[in-house]
Design a protein around this ligand. Sequence first.
Ligand code: URP
Ligand code: ZN
Ligand code: ZN
Length: 471
Amino acid sequence: MGKTTLIRHGRIITATDDYVADLLLQDGVVRAIGLQLEVGPDVTVVDASGLYVLPGGVDTHVHLENMIGPTVTCDTFASGTKAAAFGGTTTVVDFALQTAEDSVLGAIARAQALAEPQVNIDYSVHCIVTRVDTQVLADVRHAMRHEGVTSFKMFMAYPGVMMADDAAIFRMLRQVGGEGGMVALHAENGTVIELLIQEALAAGHASPRYHALTRPAILEGEATHRGIRLAELAEAQIYFVHVSSHQALKHIVTARDEGIPVFAETCPHYLLFDDSVYDNDDFETAKYVMTPPLRKPADQEHLWRALRYDDLQVIATDHCPFCMKEGHLGYRLQKQRGRHDFSLIPNGAPGIETRLTSLYDIGVTQGRLSLNRFVQLTSTTPAKLFGLFPKKGTIAVGSDADVVLFDPDATQTIHAHDLHSHCDYTLLEGRTLRGRVNKVWLRGELIVDGEQWLGREGMGRFVPRGTVQAF
Ligand code: URP
Ligand code: ZN
Ligand code: ZN
């Protein structure tokens, strides 16, 4: 018999409901929801008056211990999942990378072996597929039917590293879509970007700002349009990761209006920052070297509108941390690799711990998102699109007891040294945010209590996933 906890008088918020009630967590699941629930003396009672009771966050785009080109992201499964938990996220979907030597099934097994002893919260993986043949397609079918891995990521960018050609993407869409799964696509025209990078470097333009200037939004838009047409032909659903621009969004909106099952995420950094951060030749700007780059304030307005009207369905972090300082925690030569050549700066930024609070602050308190929509974007819909619902993504009788107590009135000032990631910076350094994660339960076990860590490495579990549940 597991631990039993009664959370009293909290304001329970799901994607659809908002009410004050008591919540009984028992044997890892939500056992009962009701008014004035009676419990015995052996039950731990937590008074949640004045607090929100949210389903644990589901972050379906994180890079923990991922090889990205020649370097590995600086968060391990242990540090990244601990940081996620402190931020109110109880499930992450990371990546398993099919390499030249590895099969799809081998890549999934390798990622699980790495994660299993370390994870502090529940997890799954999308498998990144870089080359496609009949064996790969057979392995993909096997992974979907027998391994609980139902989503696959493909890249239209990073030629020579992870880029797949259109025919490979089309074959995957047909295979995965036919089985009810999801292809997640990184949409940027990789070969034209590569040309622009080489031209910039030849002209002596080496500072981080050229990362943004060589990845214009029109090339995100072009690739997004191409991806949509491939999905349409394959009669498959498709999911666009890290949508940053109106150029991409306008194709997504049109396709959805045409009835094509197109889904998409954006990330907090595209809402929090704009491309004015690149207006200098300072190497500190390498902090903002992520892909796609930050866009214009007008793009942000389009992103907010799409979030409100459901043309964007998910906010995930794309947490892809690389340290700024050489030697930090032993992770040498990360962002500094590109000190004299922006194209060598590893792409990515941290954000796993600040997702809920930053979105609560700029989304909910500023009237851009309702509380229900906030939960839907950060927990419920990612769970549905990636086959985790209703085990994850909601508070309902029988769902996993992954629960966050959130204090809507507390404020916190963000500093990298207070966060739990291995990354030596946060994009939010010094920023004061309204809202704070107060307690977190994973399957009924209290793992975060204020600033206290009560979790254990290895307590997280691999969650076998089902097919897309968005229709
Ligand atoms: O800059 C980013 N996003 N790095 C991670 C790899 C990717 O494209 O998702
Ligand atoms: Zn990407
Ligand atoms: Zn990513």
